[in-house]
Design a protein around this ligand. Structure first.
Ligand SMILES: *Cc1c(COP(=O)(O)O)cnc(C)c1O
Length: 406
């Protein structure tokens, strides 16, 4: 019998929509031109296709197509925005504010900038994963040139108060950048309405191909500029050199068009399935906690902690059938608890007992029913074997137990 395999790891990457693949295929074959070849029909055709995709992507987020810079993905877009602004605005100041729960593409770029003379403030988050606006305002200095806050968190789906942050940035005349990778294509994202000046996102988290992303750069009032991080032919209005990945860009455009058309329906269906999953597990199992803000969050994500159950072990009970992520990050030697959950104040034990379920366009109700049953069985199995769970059930205060070092 064929193994059933259910994919609930859409925040890691989404499957490519077959309609996206179909639009890409001709650009590997007869339409193989280089979009920068100005003197023959192959080049013209490729350039036209890129222009059209740029319009599709711009339409999804309601910006001018000239404000879209194609990159190799959100990692590159984050790097270009942060490093590009730091270099371009060096004379105005060297202070950047970001948040502890950002993606590594932002955090590691900031760390690199610290070596190059930047001063970076990494804001704490509240227990629900959102930043406190008063703390943000208190962190602003005369030398602050950029505030970078992600739209929605990849691990919890928690959405930050983007409108209020935009207002603070406008009040203090500071550039506002957002890694909106997890939000674009899933919920309405209109950076200009919120005063966002730079925004990173990627195709492979919205049913497009891997290896292509975009950076939105505001062009009017203010006209924002970033220093290119790649030297070469001066493509993408001088901000990102390198021959354009035409098939991928065409696919990105199609993915954006489909997202715009189908977002409302996907949201309605997936939030229903997500709520069913969450409610069923919480009704059928004791000591299950939602990590993140239950109201301000993405419709297709839930991050749950199953107390006294080690997430990686739990996953092994069903990972032949269900693909998802745990709250532990595998580093070379050890399992580290997720820094996002730790920043929210979870103890190591609850962080290690968390699982992230991220649903997607191709998730079915059947998938969710199967998952509820598998998780229920897995958690009960793990707890049946656990002396800690037994002690907890006997009412022993686990905090007061003296554990010996091993
Ligand atoms: C996936 C992800 C990225 C990285 O995107 P790539 O296109 O894979 O480089 C950056 N930020 C967030 C929030 C993400 O979820």
């Amino acid at each position: 019998m064929a193994q059933r395999l259910i994919y609930l790891d859409n925040n890691a990457t989404t499957p490519t929509d077959p309609r996206v693949v179909d639009t890409m295929v001709p650009y590997f074959y007869e339409k193989h031109g280089n979009a920068a070849s100005r003197n023959h029909p192959f080049g013209w055709e490729a350039e036209e296709a890129v222009d059209y995709a740029r319009e599709q992507v711009a339409a999804l987020i309601d910006v001018d197509p000239k404000e879209i810079i194609f990159t190799s993905g959100a990692t590159e877009s984050d790097n270009l925005a942060l490093k590009g602004v730091f270099e371009m605005y060096a004379r105005k100041g060297n202070h950047i504010i970001t948040v502890k729960t950002e993606h590594k593409a932002v955090l590691d770029s900031c760390q690199r900038l610290e070596k190059d003379g930047a001063e970076v403030t990494y804001l704490e988050v509240e227990a629900n994963g959102r930043i406190d606006l008063a703390k943000l305002e208190a962190a602003i200095k005369d030398s602050t040139i950029l505030i970078s806050v992600m739209w929605a968190n990849n691990e919890t789906g928690t959405i930050q108060p983007m409108k209020e942050i935009g207002e603070l940035c406008a009040k203090h005349g500071i550039l506002f950048m957002s890694d909106a990778t997890q939000a674009v294509g899933k919920i309405p994202v209109h950076p200009k309405e919120l005063g966002i000046h730079l925004m990173a996102f990627t195709a492979h988290k919205m049913y497009g191909p891997k290896g292509v992303g975009a950076l939105f750069v505001n062009r009017k009032s203010p006209r924002v500029k970033v220093t290119a991080q790649m030297d070469g032919g001066g493509h993408e209005r001088g901000m990102r050199s390198g021959t354009l990945n035409v098939p991928a860009i065409v696919g990105f455009g199609k993915a954006a068009e489909l997202a715009k058309l189908e977002m409302a329906e996907d949201t309605r269906r997936l939030s229903g399935l997500r709520d069913k999953l969450e409610k069923s597990l919480m009704a059928q199992l004791e000591e299950v906690y939602i990590n993140g803000d239950p109201t301000n969050r993405m419709p297709h994500v839930t991050n749950l902690s199953f107390k006294h159950v080690e997430g990686e072990g739990l996953m092994m009970t069903f990972n032949q059938n269900i693909a998802l992520s745990s709250g532990s990050a595998c580093t070379s030697a050890s399992l580290e608890p997720s820094y996002v959950l730790i920043a929210m104040g979870l103890g190591d034990d609850l962080a290690h007992s968390s699982l992230r379920f991220s649903l997607g366009r191709f998730t079915t109700e059947d998938d969710i029913d199967f998952t509820i049953e598998a998780i229920r069985k897995g958690v009960n199995h793990m707890r049946d074997l656990s002396p800690i769970w037994e002690m907890y059930k006997e009412g022993i205060d686990l905090e007061s137990v003296q554990w010996s070092e091993h």
